[in-house]
Design a protein around this ligand. Structure first.
Ligand code: FAD
Length: 402
């Protein structure tokens, strides 16, 4: 799918992206969108976001640098530009975030030629939504202890077990599935498949979060038949493939344009400044309270450093190993977001207990909702403790804990 345009360089392509985004920005939805793509459940949000992602794909903002035979646009060095313009434009996020951010990079690295040709185009267009079936009730941080199993039967595999915390599972057509094919080998006994969510034996049950949202799910697999041509890489190579998916999830992939949230870290600090200016305590604007100002200024400095590090990470020569800067970014970004929301709640004082749907809630209760949702990022894709372990052991070379 080649775009009918020739661009001289990145500057010209960036100008095209800006102009396209300004002209095609969709009208807001009747009911506001959830804060991030993981929490989409309403059919009208789904349709709106699928349509938006498909338009962005057709315009060349997704799969920008990928080969045309896999549904890409065949440019070189333009994806970064497109992604950064999408982030700056404050437009809706891409619903197929797991498809773009995890499934596509994994299939590009480990998939067969026919898997790439069959699956990638509909990931880009959002025709098929993808989810990730890794975690189990007894296997999160220690993912390799997972127990869902696949047994070979002719040209197929029979899968039984349960997955949990499965984001977008209720909307997905396909799932990235990690299962056990050998009980006697913890890491070498794992195999990676893609599983059609409409296969007989797959059932999805929403989990209700403390926020009131229910974007993630339990997925039960009972005698589910998966053809062998839906296996990704070799039997027993599942751990290697899963690590590649997680590296993408944690931000190390150059990506194909995944943007899971419309808010940049700096836009949160700007909102915090506005909140402080508009909140009065003891007759004084919170912005004039030196203690509040000091906390916001410190956050501003740290977010500025985070943004600059993000730029460094885009250059291979400055970023070091695939793990280093992207992993630091995930860790620091998720924790700073939590701190920004904590400061907002302390500025709001007692009224921070008003929530989405309460008549007098400041900014419709978004700060309280956002605060609870910041725990998503410090847990999912590997908790902050696990990121620190990886950075310590694999990047800094400190002794291993086990
Ligand atoms: C919003 C959300 C969406 C998610 N979406 C998906 C999804 O789509 N698909 C999917 O497969 N999974 C998903 N997950 C699951 C996520 O990957 C796990 O929650 C995460 O890996 C942690 O596992 P756990 O919940 O089992 O916690 P546990 O592993 O039980 O950890 C409990 C606590 O112990 C700490 N801990 C554990 N081991 C160590 C260690 N070695 N060193 C130091 N501290 C440790 C952890 O940091 C944590 O604080 C999602 C999670 C959330 C919150």
């Amino acid at each position: 799918m080649a775009l009918d345009r020739s661009f001289k360089d990145q500057v010209e392509f960036a100008a095209y992206c800006r102009e396209w985004l300004a002209k095609n920005r969709p009208e807001p939805t009747r009911i506001p969108l959830p804060q991030a793509a993981y929490e989409v459940t309403l059919p009208e949000h789904r349709e709106y976001l699928e349509d938006w992602q498909n338009k962005c794909y057709k315009a060349g903002l997704i799969a920008t640098d990928l080969p045309v035979e896999y549904g890409g646009h065949g440019f070189e060095g333009f994806q970064q530009v497109a992604t950064s313009e999408v982030q700056k434009a404050n437009v809706p996020y891409f619903i197929n975030w797991i498809g773009l951010g995890m499934a596509a990079p994994t299939l590009l690295t480990h998939g067969t030629e026919s898997q790439k040709r069959n699956f990638l185009p509909t990931i880009f267009s959002a025709k098929d939504i993808w989810c990730q079936g890794f975690s189990e009730p007894g296997a999160g941080s220690d993912l390799a202890s997972l127990q869902a199993k696949a047994e070979r039967k002719g040209d197929s595999w029979i899968v039984n077990g349960s997955k949990v915390w499965n984001s977008l599972g209720a909307l997905a057509s396909w799932m990235l599935l990690l299962v056990r094919t050998d009980r006697n080998d913890k890491y070498g006994g794992l195999t990676y498949f893609v599983c059609a969510m409409d296969s007989p034996g797959v059932s999805v049950k929403p989990i209700h979060k403390m926020t009131g949202e229910s974007g993630f799910n339990e997925v039960h697999l009972e005698d589910v038949v998966i053809p062998d041509d839906q296996r990704v890489d070799e039997v027993g190579a599942g751990w290697k493939v899963a690590m590649s998916t997680l590296t993408s999830e944690r931000g190390a992939a150059t990506g194909v344009g995944a943007v899971a949230s419309s808010d940049s870290p700096m836009s949160h600090v700007e909102r915090l400044v506005d909140l402080a200016k508009s909140t009065t305590r003891n007759g004084l604007s919170s912005w004039d309270d030196p203690a509040v100002r000091d906390r916001i200024t410190r956050l501003y400095v740290r977010v500025s450093a985070l943004v600059e590090n993000g730029k460094r990470a885009q250059s291979k020569h400055l970023s070091g190993s695939a793990m280093r800067l992207p992993l630091q970014f995930k860790l620091v970004h998720s924790e700073i977001l939590q701190e920004i929301h904590q400061v907002a709640l302390s500025i709001l004082g007692p009224s921070s207990s008003l929530y989405v749907g309460d008549a007098d809630a400041v900014e419709e209760g978004k700060w309280a909702l956002g605060y609870m949702n910041t725990y998503t990022n410090t847990i999912s894709g590997g908790s902050s403790e696990i990121q620190r372990n990886i950075l310590g052991e694999r990047v800094l070379g400190l002794p291993k804990t086990k």
